[in-house]
Ligand binder design. Sequence first.
Ligand SMILES: Cc1cc2nc3c(=O)[nH]c(=O)nc-3n(C[C@H](O)[C@H](O)[C@H](O)COP(=O)(O)OP(=O)(O)OC[C@H]3O[C@@H](n4cnc5c(N)ncnc54)[C@H](O)[C@@H]3O)c2cc1C
Length: 434
Amino acid sequence: MNKQYDLIVVGAGPAGLMSAITAARGGLNVLVVEQKTDIAWIPRTCVSTLYTTDCNGELVTVDGDRWIFHKNDFSIKYTGQWKDCWKFYHISPSGYRIRIERDTVPAGKAFNKETLIEDLAKEAKKSGVRIQCGTRAVDIKNLKKGVVLTLNRRGKEEKLKARFAIGADGLNSIICEKLGLNKYRRSYGVMAVCSYVLEGVKPAYPDTIMCFVGKGKMKSRYIFYGWPRPARTKGDKNQWELLYTQFVGGNNLEAPLQAFMKDGNYASWFKKAKVVQKRGCVMSMRVALPYPRVENTILVGDAPCWTEVEVQSAIQYGYRAGKGVLDELKGDPGLDEYTDYWKNTYEYLEPGRTERANWGYVIYVLDDDDLDYLFKLMDNKILKGYYEWKVMDYVRQVLEAELPRIAKERPSLVPKIKNLLPPHQLSLRKFVSI
Ligand SMILES: Cc1cc2nc3c(=O)[nH]c(=O)nc-3n(C[C@H](O)[C@H](O)[C@H](O)COP(=O)(O)OP(=O)(O)OC[C@H]3O[C@@H](n4cnc5c(N)ncnc54)[C@H](O)[C@@H]3O)c2cc1C
């Protein structure tokens, strides 16, 4: 244990790389450890859409090859392709839609995450960051003045010391676990996600991100997502990704994807589809941490959040974390500034927010017939903006406003909806099961 760094960052995702870049630009000696051997290989499913509305206290726009973070006043380079998605639809079994659209800018801009990570890694190396791939952090201990990380590289353990550490190791963060912070976080369950990257799909709504709900011709009710995905290399065929999710412990995750493509209501879109990559992830849905710090270690990005912080916010918080470490080393309370910023901007720390977002998905316990009826009520309303979890808040508001009409037209549905409204939280587990 001879080498000592100013900062060791665990995880070379968007949060880790941005915090490393920021700290190294300020002159710190920074090491990033990453368990994958190829940073830009992304086996983890991610819709990879840039949100064009305010998100977690920041507004990000695109100008040429730069993403501009307006409120924090910095930018990053992205040399990859875009696929603008003007619409976002939740679609009922018979094809009625909850429609989210925007007029002047796309509802979301799909980017290629492999290229984004490659660009960030290039920038990190240019700034003097050392990136060590194929290395998994397995433990962390805070010392009086510093931290010691236990790393595993090809089966061999080594210990490295640093003045500070950043846990940017994603949703199932080992750093968060080893710091003992997960015991304060209520769990909503663990979701398993499986997705196919496809070529040759012919969707009826080509520039649209879609969430398919209900049962349709499938064996049981489902949630699938589908969205256009820009290829990594210019000139390559357009891609489309189809995602299926269920609670951990269920059956083979690929079977529903295959059934949806072959026998589902939208099978005609997939007649010539070819699977070019399989991806997946396990999402531990834990309540967000209000204070993501233990002594000389802070948590950034997905690690302290509820389900997903979003790529742009991972970069934003990575930037603030890197600045925090720089300030702390200058003798200012930089880590407290970082945790204050997190507490004041991360939207899922707002009381009731997580429950409201969950509620939206809970309505999908309803039968196809009820879902079709409710979606039909909403099909002629266009909601502005796109931010996945907020959408469900809009849905709740629309349904609450429509309750008198529903009471007249379909009285049997009213108690079911009321029963689902907060605080009668159903467990998420009840609706995603196969
Ligand atoms: C289904 C799904 C859809 C999504 N859609 C979108 C979307 O449309 N738009 C959007 O902006 N975001 C989306 N997200 C969220 C987005 O993927 C994350 O918020 C973002 O990637 C978080 O970045 P991060 O750097 O915190 O973590 P990650 O991107 O998860 O990076 C963590 C890194 O740490 C590494 N690592 C983990 N453990 C260790 C360890 N012990 N030692 C060393 N390295 C380790 C991992 O290999 C990985 O490289 C989606 C996520 C999911 C699951």
